[in-house]
Design a binder for this molecule. Structure first.
Ligand SMILES: CC(C)(COP(=O)(O)OP(=O)(O)OC[C@H]1O[C@@H](n2cnc3c(N)ncnc32)[C@H](O)[C@@H]1OP(=O)(O)O)[C@@H](O)C(=O)NCCC(=O)NCCS
Length: 154
C-alpha cells in the first residue's frame, strides 16, 4: 500500500476536534441534525470499544475522519469480535491522495491492538466510489442485503 499524502497528518481525535468532527460528520450524514450528531459523538467519546481518527491538513484543519467500533460479529467474518468501519469520509477536494487509505490503516491498527483479526464494513449499493475504495484496500464483498422497517402500534 502506498504511503498517505505527506502533507496530511492522521492521528487519534482530540476533545478540541469536536467542531471539525461535527462538520465532517454533517458532510457524510447530512440527514442527521446537529443534536443527533452531538449525541452520537458523546456516546462514541465515552465508549472504549469505539475509536475515531482524523486527518488534518498542513494548516491544522480537519479534512477526513474514520470511526471504528468493535462489533460482536459481522457478516462474512469468521472471528469474533471484529473491528467495523462505522464512518469514513475525506473532503471532496482531497480525495485520491491516499488519505482514506491512511485512515483505514490506523483503524485496522487500532482493531489489531484490541486483539481482533478481522474487519467488517459496508457501503450503500449505489456508492461505487466507496465500493471501489474498499476493494482497493483489500476488502472483499461478502453479502448484499435489503433492510426493512415497520412502525409498531402502541
Ligand atoms: C471513500 C473515501 C473515504 C475514500 O477516500 P480517498 O482519500 O479518496 O481514498 P484513497 O485516495 O485513499 O483511495 C484508496 C484507493 O481506493 C480506490 N479509489 C478511491 N476512490 C476511487 C474512485 N473514485 N474510483 C475508483 N477507485 C477509487 C483507488 O484504488 C485508491 O487508490 P489509488 O488512488 O492509489 O488508485 C472518499 O471517497 C469519500 O469520503 N467518499 C464519500 C463518503 C463515502 O462514501 N464514505 C464511505 C461510506 S461507506
Amino acid at each position: 500500500m502506498a504511503a498517505p499524502n505527506r502533507i496530511m497528518h492522521i492521528r487519534p481525535i482530540l476533545e478540541s476536534d469536536r467542531p471539525g468532527w461535527l462538520r465532517l460528520r454533517q458532510a457524510l450524514w447530512p440527514d442527521s441534525n446537529a443534536a443527533v450528531h452531538q449525541a452520537e459523538m458523546d456516546e462514541i467519546a465515552q465508549d472504549n470499544a469505539q475509536a475515531v481518527f482524523v486527518a488534518q491538513d498542513a494548516s491544522g484543519r480537519l479534512c477526513g475522519f474514520i470511526e471504528v467500533a468493535l462489533r460482536p460479529w459481522a457478516e462474512g467474518c469468521e472471528t469474533r469480535p471484529v473491528g467495523y468501519i462505522e464512518g469514513w469520509y475525506v473532503e471532496a477536494g482531497l480525495r485520491r491522495q491516499r488519505v482514506g487509505a491512511g485512515l483505514v490503516d490506523v483503524a485496522e491498527a487500532w482493531t489489531r491492538q484490541q486483539g481482533c483479526r478481522e474487519m467488517g464494513s459496508d457501503c450503500l449499493l449505489d456508492n461505487q466510489v466507496s465500493f471501489q475504495a474498499h476493494l482497493a484496500l483489500g476488502y472483499q464483498e461478502v453479502e448484499r442485503v435489503i433492510q426493512f422497517r415497520k412502525s409498531l402500534q402502541v
